[in-house]
Design a protein around this ligand. Sequence first.
Ligand code: 2AM
Ligand code: CA
Length: 264
Amino acid sequence: MSRKSPLITVMAAAADKAARSLLRDFNEVENLQVSRKGTNDFVTAADLRAEQVLKDELSRARPGFGFLTEESKPVPAKDGQNRWIIDPLDGTLNFIHSVPQFCISIGVETDGELTAGIVFDPLRDELFWAERGEGAWVNQRRLRCSKRERLADCLIAHGRARSEEPGDQERLLAQMGYVMRHTRDLRRMGSAALDLCYVGAGRYDGFWEEGLKPWDIAAGIIIAQEAGVYITDTSGGPVSVKTGSVLAGNPNIHSQLHKALAGR
Ligand code: 2AM
Ligand code: CA
């Protein structure tokens, strides 16, 4: 059933309101692009504005929930159970450069387990949403991951969350080189939250990235999992928002991708 629960409805409404603020600011960034002044400070302010809207809306709707957000200090749960894990702007570098690929990500953790998530792409008006055991959706359409079986047929996404040690860089380049040679192609679009949703939607067949933060991936993980995607960390162990390491793939290719990356 594609009927949204009260919880998902609350999350979608908050994201919608924050998105209006982000879209106004995105238009402004497009104008600033032609000026020589940096846009970083402006985008930081946009990020903070969106986060404040989300916190106001969500705390009004669910006063007992705690918060873990990108831009401010964690707030413990008054109900001792639930917290929001929020990225008000995932794809910040794209936003700064006025590349139209970014989103708002809101996950819910209950007793330490991911239980719900939404990822909203305001430019395409795509709302990805999922609750544990209830399936994943984009707007009113059910999400299902792809069924491709051969790595050679797959489109694989990748991101690099932060600059790494020189040795890590070499490994990363070797992994990217392998994927570029042995799959249909590699994509690096710059929003881990959307990348995970796209694997859920069958647009990508797999995705890997390390060095991420809980708010980059909390919502994307549950959405992808509910769409049938198999997710581990990059060493093949259980995925967790804490390690920030993600290897996602349709169940046919996940282990092939893991083997390919682990060998580099
Ligand atoms: P951001 O846009 O909110 O910064 C791109 O590879 C992905 O990595 C994005 O989801 C991006 O989130 C995230 N990212 C970029 N820099 C990061 C950092 N220093 N730590 C964790 N995640 C980061
Ligand atoms: Ca992020």
